[in-house]
Design a protein around this ligand. Structure first.
Ligand code: NIG
Ligand code: FE
Length: 422
């Protein structure tokens, strides 16, 4: 089945020679084609280019009639890749939100047994089917907001049974949703209450009990540790990463959100696919990242929501690093998976240019979740995940109009998902 989109005002992120990642200064450049067509066949991008003369439109796809969409001058983007979320969770945490308004910090709340432990309690009390239903609602929401690939972490289980429950829900989403899903095991997200007086015992459970079962059921692509002040130390992080690596789980870690934890350097040392957060990043962290394959992945939604300092994206880009952006969708520090809003925060708070944020939520974010060969740009042979915008005057208008829904049609694996057909 083919789908031909004609009269595209601007085809964004179109590549004849697909790249793995876009670093440094190159991030300010975006490949676009004005007055373009895009041809999708059997879920794959097969061709694109300048629109031919009106009487020759048929020559674009001579053999099959298929479906034709007239984009009438609007923009077509590759779907967003969101390489860091915790969107499988139970309930919500707006009580903590109110607590923070009254002056408590995220760390105060965690110390008092709220935060991640609160979500773990809610998740424990929620049946797997209910957890799946709640999570699918979030998936449907992010699809409508333009996301076509998403990484999802466990980490609200904090015991073997509940971690497996989360990872099985992630697998069910992966099997049933048109979105591309990657799963990350994050058993080391917090020390559960019962292990507070013997944290090493919990680390042992993660290493000797959880990781082998997760691996035997093939439930995780990646392994994550919350390597930060008040959470997991460098030594604990290294032990857990090594245990995961033995089973082929590639590291992708939380680092330097709350302190200069050494997490960035540890991630690089273990060849992590990405190090994420990085609100506390100085020269040493940037130096460690230069020359490595590890992608700094910034989460401006959580810095915004928690009132943290923003990571120094400009310094990173000016030092030649590639930067990816992600939503961090979770109930405590970023209860939104809206990547368009993340783009606006990237511009306003991280001082990234509109072109840079587009690169950061497409190719670079695909790379940060191991998907740049198949997702993240308009290239022949890549998965046909795109969206068509509403009418807008320029590319910059997209992150500028930060509260407007500018997405008109969503196409995933070559099928029109939004508007839904009866
Ligand atoms: O990425 N920082 C650690 N984990 C999540 C927050 C989890 C939560 O508060 O529920 C994050 O911000
Ligand atoms: Fe996170």
């Amino acid at each position: 089945m083919s789908l031909l989109i004609i009269n595209i005002g601007c085809l964004v992120q179109a590549e004849d020679d697909p790249r793995r990642v876009i670093p440094g200064k190159q991030m300010a450049h975006l490949n676009t084609i004005e007055n373009a067509f895009l041809l999708l066949k059997d879920g794959i991008i097969t061709d694109f280019g300048k629109m031919p003369d009106p009487d020759r439109t048929k020559t674009i796809s001579p053999e099959e009639p298929g479906e034709i969409i007239d984009a009438s001058g609007r923009f077509v983007f590759p779907s967003f890749c969101d390489p860091h979320t915790h969107l499988v969770f139970a309930g919500s945490r707006e009580k903590e939100f109110t607590g923070r308004i009254k002056g408590l910090t995220y760390e105060d709340i965690a110390r008092e047994g709220g935060g991640i432990l609160n979500s773990a309690k809610l998740l424990h009390e929620t049946a797997e089917d209910d957890l799946f239903d709640q999570s699918v609602r979030r998936i449907d929401e992010i699809i409508s907001q333009g996301t076509g690939a998403v990484e999802i972490k466990s980490g609200y289980g904090l015991n073997t049974e509940d971690e497996l429950k989360m990872l099985r829900v992630i697998r069910r989403i992966r099997e049933s949703s048109p979105v591309e899903v990657r799963a990350t095991f994050l058993g080391a997200h917090a020390i559960p209450e019962a292990f507070r007086s013997d944290r090493n015992k919990y680390v042992e459970v993660v290493i000797n009990e959880m990781i082998p079962i997760v691996a035997s059921e093939d439930l995780a692509d990646y392994i994550d540790v919350f390597c930060d002040r008040g959470f997991f130390s460098i030594d604990e992080t290294e032990r857990i990463l090594m245990a995961g690596l033995k089973y082929g789980m590639i590291p992708k870690i939380h680092a330097n959100e709350l302190g200069f934890s050494g997490g960035v350097q540890t991630g690089v040392k273990y060849n992590a696919l990405s190090v994420d957060h990085l609100e506390r990043t100085g020269e040493k962290e940037i130096e460690a990242l230069i020359g490595s394959e590890t992608i700094p992945t910034l989460l401006p939604g959580s810095a915004f929501f928690l009132g943290l300092p923003y990571p120094p994206a400009r310094k990173m880009i000016d030092s030649g690093l590639p930067v990816a952006l992600a939503s961090d969708y979770n109930p405590g520090s970023s209860p939104s998976g809206n990547m368009k809003l993340i783009m606006s925060l990237g511009c306003l708070k991280l001082k990234m240019l509109p072109e840079e944020v587009v690169n950061a939520v497409t190719i670079n974010s695909a790379c940060a979740m191991g998907l740049s060969e198949t997702h993240g740009s308009i290239a022949r042979g890549k998965v046909a995940n795109v969206f068509i915008t509403k009418e807008m005057p320029s590319l910059s208008y997209f992150p500028y109009a930060y509260g407007s829904n500018l997405i008109d049609k969503v196409i995933l694996r070559g099928k029109i998902i939004i508007p839904a057909t009866p």
